[in-house]
Structure formats: C-alpha cells, structure tokens
Design a protein around this ligand. Structure first.
Ligand code: SAM
Length: 329
C-alpha cells in the first residue's frame, strides 16, 4: 500500500522540482565561484519525464509542487510545463520561486498557465548592492517584475530575503517595511551553509532572533496563526501592515520535525534532505523504461531515508557536495 509517511511519522506532501541548474544571476551565497560546471541539456529531465515523476508523487499523496532551479524562468517553454502540472488533479498547489529578472515579461503567461502564488528572491533594495551580490545589474528589472506580479493578480507574492551580516543587515528594516506599504509577504531566511566555494562564513550568519530584534523600531510583531500552506515559516504582521512577514530559521530553530518535503534535482535525483547528499536516481530508471509503480517504489526509498534531522549547525561546515543552484532551492 502506497504511503507517504516517513520513519519519523512525517507525512510527505511537498515536492520541489528544479527545472534547471542554470541561472542568469550569480548570487555569491548560492552559486560557487569556481569548480562548477552546468549540466548539459541532455542530462536534465525533459518535461514529459518531470510530469511522469510528479504524477507518481501525486499517487503517493504529494499535493504541492514548487518549481525552482537554478532559475526556472530561463527554461524554454516553462509555461507549457506549468499548464500540464496545473492539470494534475491531485495537486492542490503549484507555485514557483524566481529571481524575478524575467517576471515582467512572463508574469501574465505564468498566471494564465495556472500558477497564482509566487516567491521572488530579493536581498537588497540598493541597485548597487544587488549587482554586488548577484553579479548582474538587474535590480530594476526585478522591481518591475514584482510590480507586474501585483498588477497581474498573484497572491500571495512572497519576497525571499537571505539575511547576511556585512551585506544587508542594515536593510532588514527597509525590506520588512515592504510588508507594511504593500501586499507582500516578506520572508527572512537564515543563511545556510550549502555547497562549497560560496562566500559562506559563520560570521555572515544572522539568526531569526537577531533579525526580529533589528525590526523592533517598526513596532511589535503580531503573530499570525499558521496554515497548512506555510511550511516552516513563522508568520507575523505589523499592526496596519498590508502584507506580512515570515521567518525561516532552518539553522537556529530547526524545524526538521515538521519537514514535509522532497526535492527533485534538474538531473532527476530525488533528495530527501537539503543538507544530506543521499539521493535516489529517477532519471536512469525512467530512461530505461520504468513504469509508474517503479517510480512510486523509488519515492518510497527516498521517503524511508529521510533523516530525522539535519546536523548543519552542529557540524558548522558546508553540508552538501552540491551547491544550492544545483539542488534546487
Ligand atoms: N532562482 C530562483 C530564485 O532566485 O529564487 C530559485 C532558486 S534559488 C536557489 C531559491 C532560493 O534559495 C532563493 O530564495 C535563494 O535566496 C535561496 N538560497 C540560495 N542559497 C541560499 C543559502 N546559502 N542560504 C539560504 N538561502 C539560499
């Protein structure tokens, strides 16, 4: 009997699907500065393969899919995949995480394709600092993309901010203010030590507790009760704010006990934990003719190997051989 419950009694309902390891930005906390090559096109899953995998996942009780990467909007004909995914009956939620560079041009097609909730990553409001951290002069494009997403009707629009000491600690208040002035859910994410050759150092880490303290001048945070869609984020709002805040404390307050997700890498590996390198290969079986039952069995293998908790903070060093861009954030 197919089950999506892991050995620690967590029900796995969420699959993050990376559609490409490539990205049009070079964020210094995400893409390694050296020793990194992108996959050839033939190595990444085609859309039919992704759909076969998602249908098998849906058989198991996975009902939420998030498209990510790399940068999903650079994959050709992404909207075709979106439409097909949104037509999978058992999925109740299909969403997307993007750096926003191509959002202005694509927001309408994505929305019409069936995705109505979106996450946009933006770590600074200063165009110069944006160029420093991402390696590309694209702040204004991302900003226009966010405005377009609002105009088109996405809701919620989440703005993902990785808090990094020495980079954006002086902007946390200004970024949080976006949730007061506009209908945005600003989500502060603790900087995680993923992959080698990025600019991670322990000194750059800012805990969620410290982020909250930095926001004190904006007034008291009012807690919002969590819903099934929230995942690991703690939600808050400022009195009178049009949007809300979220805090994701993957390092300081582990939420592994509530982790309900698996990740599918662009090259077809199913990964039970962001921080552990154990992966189940789905691509080779798919390309040698396996059927849906075999895929479901491979999902079980990954679910059975999901660790009870990650040890990233305790070991205090890089936790994965793959960088974030290649796992799918
Ligand atoms: N390109 C898309 C984007 O920029 O949102 C999707 C992929 S990106 C890897 C997904 C998310 O992972 C982004 O919000 C990014 O900020 C976050 N991320 C990447 N590296 C991280 C790290 N070391 N610690 C915390 N978050 C990280």
């Amino acid at each position: 009997m197919a089950t999506n419950v892991d050995p620690f009694n967590r029900r796995i309902t969420y699959l993050r699907v990376s559609v490409t390891d490539r990205c049009n930005l070079r964020c210094r906390y995400c893409v390694p500065v050296k020793h990194f090559t992108f996959l050839d096109h033939g190595e990444i899953l085609n859309y039919e393969e992704i759909l076969q995998i998602v249908r098998a996942a849906a058989c198991l009780g996975i009902n939420k899919v998030r498209l990510t990467g790399g940068e999903p909007l650079i994959r050709r004909n992404l909207v075709h995949l979106i439409k097909q995914l949104c037509a999978v009956d058992a999925l109740t939620d299909v969403t997307l995480t993007t750096n926003g560079v191509f959002l202005k041009d694509m927001a309408r097609a994505i929305f019409d394709g069936g995705i109505h909730r979106i996450n946009v990553s933006l770590d600074t409001l200063d165009p110069e600092k944006f160029s420093q951290i991402t390696g590309r002069d694209c702040f204004n494009r991302v900003w226009r993309g966010l405005q377009e997403a609002r105009d088109v009707g996405f809701s919620p629009i989440r703005i993902n901010v990785v808090a990094i000491r020495g980079f954006n600690e002086d902007e946390l208040e200004a970024l949080a203010r976006l949730s007061i002035d506009g209908p945005y859910q600003v989500r502060f994410i603790e900087y995680m030590p993923i992959g080698k050759d990025t600019f991670w150092t322990p000194e750059r880490f800012i805990s969620v507790d410290d982020i909250k303290s930095a926001l004190a001048p904006l007034g008291p945070l009012e807690r919002i009760p969590s819903s099934a869609m929230d995942g690991p984020a703690e939600r808050y709002r400022f009195s009178g704010g049009r949007g809300e805040l979220g805090f994701i404390s993957a390092m300081s307050h582990q939420f592994c006990h509530a982790c309900n997700r698996l990740r599918l890498t662009a090259d077809g590996k199913l990964r039970p934990c962001l921080f552990a390198d154990y992966e189940v290969d789905l691509k080779t079986p798919l390309r040698t003719g396996c059927g849906q039952d075999d895929l479901v069995a491979l999902f079980h293998r990954a679910i059975d190997k999901k660790p009870g908790k990650h040890h990233a903070a305790r070991r205090g060093r890089m936790q994965s051989a793959r960088p974030m861009t290649s796992i799918g954030g």
